[in-house]
Ligand binder design. Sequence first.
Ligand SMILES: Cc1cc2nc3c(=O)[nH]c(=O)nc-3n(C[C@H](O)[C@H](O)[C@H](O)COP(=O)(O)OP(=O)(O)OC[C@H]3O[C@@H](n4cnc5c(N)ncnc54)[C@H](O)[C@@H]3O)c2cc1C
Length: 376
Amino acid sequence: MDLEFGAADEEFRAEVRAWLAEHVPAEPLPSLETEEGFARHREWERTLGADRLSVVSWPREHGGRGVSVLQWLVFEEEYYAANAPGRVSQNGINLLAPTLMKHGTPEQLARVLPPMAAGEVIWAQAWSEPGAGSDLAALRATATRTDGGWLLNGQKTWSSRAAFADRGFGLFRSDPESERHRGLTYLMFPLDAEGVTVRPIGRLDGKPAFAELFLDGVFVPDADVIGEPGKGWNVAMSTAGNERGLTLRSPGRFTAATERLVELWKERADPSDTALRDRVADAWIRSRAYRLKGFETISRDDDIGAESSLNKIFWSDLDVALHETALDLLGADGELESEWLENYVFSLAGPIYAGTNEIQRNVIAERLLGLPRGAR
Ligand SMILES: Cc1cc2nc3c(=O)[nH]c(=O)nc-3n(C[C@H](O)[C@H](O)[C@H](O)COP(=O)(O)OP(=O)(O)OC[C@H]3O[C@@H](n4cnc5c(N)ncnc54)[C@H](O)[C@@H]3O)c2cc1C
């Protein structure tokens, strides 16, 4: 097994590192969960997009550079190591775009992807409803046939960044007689359309990281249906695989954070506190294990399927553990270290979003291990 990067990969790494050194803002941007921070992060997306660095593995015609997945992992390592700003366009880039690439029409790809890559249009995911989170198939928001399109009605919730985003994508029940996974349609819609009310929801720290969406007769043209009407569940499942797989949380995020944790330990820890030292080492080792697993995943040609649930549990547990360790290390100062604190608050949500870890454990038990289905 050859674990060395090739010359082209190293060249790409050097180019990305130099670009980041020149462009990453010296001061961290304000939180992207605030209006000002959102606007600053959108500007940053434009800066990335202008040099085709917002979506490096996409084809050039959609705004990318057409590099390999391995080089995308290299890009991510450099990105997080440079402590570059969080990606405000991640829902569009990581969730909607792969779905469109698999199920969208050429017209949709040409219309939606370049402005997404350029940071011009920021997308929000509108899947969850008050009665449909883990049990997504229980969703009740409807899409009703009308001349030339559909009318959307109902409520969506927990839509990240919808407080400031431009457009949403979600699943709607288009056959009123249908139940569960049948009769659903996957649609895109503008958040400023007539009939859409966006009500921000405050996070633990009060920042409006999410919104509820109330849809009252919102018109969506046929051109904004993704895949076949009525087959939205199949379309959605390809998005979910991406959400839990490598693309949402690449290893670079954790290797960079654990490097910083080691630095923090060297600067601040009492060396005789071996329990804390072991937790730092454990987080560092786990981030490296996830990195190796990432390389193993991309070296395979097949879709990782239910294995994406293993990934999701692994990175979300690691994220909580490493941030808890950082705050324990900082002690009372933790409250003043806003970056560690903000990332800690966000890490707490990792075991919930992208499908809760309890649900992922069900998937692993039933689909990977072949254990009998538990009582529901
Ligand atoms: C930070 C964050 C960002 C989010 N962003 C978005 C977004 O952008 N768009 C969007 O659409 N949604 C988003 N969500 C919503 C998220 O997808 C849901 O919170 C998640 O699917 C869980 O659904 P729920 O909150 O309704 O909890 P419930 O489904 O009500 O679950 C409550 C508890 O019961 C457990 N449980 C439920 N069913 C089972 C079962 N069968 N077996 C074992 N345990 C079970 C769950 O694991 C959980 O612990 C986000 C959530 C968070 C926290």
